[in-house]
Design a protein around this ligand. Structure first.
Ligand SMILES: [Zn+2]
Length: 102
C-alpha cells in the first residue's frame, strides 16, 4: 500500500473501486464470480485469515451452487497496488452486505 493512495489511479483495480450494497444471494453470487474472475486473471488476490470468527471455506472454494453461509467475510487485495477490498454479508439478517474498498 502506497502512502499516496488517495486519488491515485490504478489500472488494475480501479474498476473494482466502488461500494456495492448486496441485497440478496443471487447478487452475492454474481459478485463472488466477478471477484474470482479477477483473481484468476491475477488482478486481485484473496487474503487468508480475515474471518477467524466464522468457519468459512476458502474464498475460491466457496460453493455457489449450495446454500451460502449465514455470515461471510472475505478480504482481497489488488496485486498491483495492494489496495484492500472487503466482501461481507450477513445473510441471516436479510440485510445483505456489501463489497467495498477499505
Ligand atoms: Zn490497484
Amino acid at each position: 500500500m502506497t502512502s499516496a493512495a488517495t486519488g491515485s489511479a490504478c489500472a488494475t483495480c480501479d474498476q473494482y473501486v466502488q461500494t456495492i450494497e448486496i441485497h440478496g444471494p443471487e447478487q452475492l453470487r454474481r459478485i463472488v464470480s466477478t471477484i474470482r474472475a479477477a483473481v484468476a486473471e491475477r488482478k486481485l488476490r484473496a487474503v487468508d485469515g480475515q474471518a477467524a470468527f466464522v468457519d468459512l471455506p476458502d474464498f475460491l472454494n466457496l460453493d455457489l451452487s449450495e446454500t451460502l453461509p449465514d455470515v461471510l467475510a472475505y478480504r482481497v487485495e489488488c496485486m498491483a497496488c495492494g489496495r484492500a477490498f472487503e466482501l461481507s454479508c450477513e445473510c441471516y439478517h436479510g440485510v445483505g452486505g456489501h463489497w467495498q474498498p477499505i
